[in-house]
Write a protein that binds this ligand. Structure first.
Ligand code: FAD
Length: 362
């Protein structure tokens, strides 16, 4: 490939495809796998994300309720509807909308308009790093560049049906971890994650499947959750999604931030491509906006530390308190605005980013 590109997007999953969809001109998406083959997640998001991106065709099941199971009780919460969706179809649909070229290669390094891959080097004024928790950097730089990866999760798909999103929490389930069972049409996604990053979880997943009586785990996938941030711009490159540590603590919800910050990075990149902003201005505005959302991550990070120490009865009380109207109204609004699905659009958007408070922008 010798073409000149306006933008190179490293990573063809949530953050990368959301960004690529906002950039006009000649765009190259690079992924080590075919589009839609690299699923790590349980693929559950607030339904509004898919609605606002005109992606309802990929929905497998809508969930009005979240059930929090502790040893003593089950608390049912009604925040807003969630959906489990078909990852492969979502990625392929998003990629088709980009009009980008696709290169199957592993990105070795992305910096200052240059992307080194296992299939050669490529250059473009705009580069987005959206390759997930490994981030597009050399092995030597990895320790400095990677968002701290605190949690690790795996899951399997079992041929069972159900309703609602189910979480199993509290020390009686095992310390510093949570389990889930998410129905998705004709199957159930059953998994667990540890906040310690312990990745030896196959036996625990089998025990969980036994407990739910849903058979032996089949194919298992997963990876790290990166919920502690690094600077969302590095060496002239936009970072979005897990490469910047954008996964939310406590819940491990990373798809919504990847889509929202991916689209915002792409929107600013496009403004630099058409000459409305210099690249530096676009990068600075992106950093300022992303930083303006950081408080939610800090609060959830602290909450995760507290939850790690709560005994079972207090866990049940916590789940009950979250379900009360007063907490719901306050906390859910803040949780939503952390990565606001209302900013998502189906196609390219010229809408400016929301204003950032001056104190944060400085
Ligand atoms: C078990 C588990 C369950 C989860 N469930 C949920 C959930 O239900 N809801 C939710 O919101 N979040 C969930 N998450 C978190 C969510 O999966 C991530 O936050 C989200 O996938 C981040 O999106 P991303 O686009 O940044 O990165 P990814 O989705 O990880 O995509 C990275 C892309 O880059 C490609 N790539 C990687 N390295 C390279 C390279 N060097 N060169 C080229 N290409 C490369 C990969 O093939 C992939 O296509 C879960 C995570 C785990 C581990």
């Amino acid at each position: 490939m010798s073409a000149q590109y306006d933008a190179i997007v490293c990573g063809g999953s949530f953050a990368g495809l959301a960004a690529a969809g906002q950039i006009g001109g000649r765009v190259l998406v690079i992924d080590r796998l075919p589009i839609g083959d690299g699923e790590t997640s349980a693929s559950a998001v607030p339904l509004a994300c898919l609605e606002n991106m005109d992606l309802l065709s990929v929905v497998e099941q809508v969930h009005e309720e979240i059930h929090i199971h502790t040893r003593r009780r089950t608390q049912t919460l009604r925040f807003f509807p969630f959906a489990t969706f078909d990852y492969r179809r979502l990625c392929r649909e998003l990629f088709d909308r980009t009009g980008a070229d696709l290169l199957h290669a592993r990105v070795v390094e992305a910096r200052n308009g240059r992307v080194r891959t296992t299939r050669g080097d490529f250059e473009a004024p705009i580069v987005v790093d959206a390759v997930g928790w490994r981030t597009a950097t050399t092995r030597a730089d990895a320790r400095r560049a990677r968002a701290p990866r605190r949690s690790f999760g795996i899951e399997s798909r079992q041929p069972f049906r159900g309703e609602g999103l189910h979480f199993y929490v509290g020390p009686s389930q095992g310390s510093r971890r949570f389990y889930w069972a998410f129905p998705a049409g004709d199957h159930l996604r059953a998994g667990l994650a540890t906040y310690t990053g312990d990745s030896d979880l196959s036996k625990d997943l089998k025990e969980f499947c036994d407990r739910l009586e849903i058979g032996e785990p089949g194919h298992v996938h997963g990876g790290f959750f990166t919920s502690r941030w690094v600077d969302p711009i590095r060496d002239g490159v936009f970072l979005a999604g897990d490469s910047a540590g954008h996964c939310l603590p406590v819940s491990g919800e990373g798809i919504r931030p990847a889509l929202v910050f991916g689209q915002l990075a792409g929107r600013l990149a496009e403004r630099s491509r058409v000459g409305d902003l210099t690249l530096d201005q676009a990068l600075s505005q992106y950093r300022a906006y992303v930083r303006s959302r950081k408080k939610a991550w800090d609060v959830l990070d602290r909450l995760q530390s507290v939850l790690n120490t709560l005994p079972d009865p207090l866990f049940a009380e916590f789940a009950r308190a979250v379900g009360t109207r007063r907490v719901l109204d306050f906390a859910v609004g803040a949780y939503w605005r952390a990565a606001d699905p209302d900013l998502l659009t189906p196609g390219r958007s010229a809408t400016p980013l929301p204003a950032v408070p001056t104190a944060v922008a400085a």
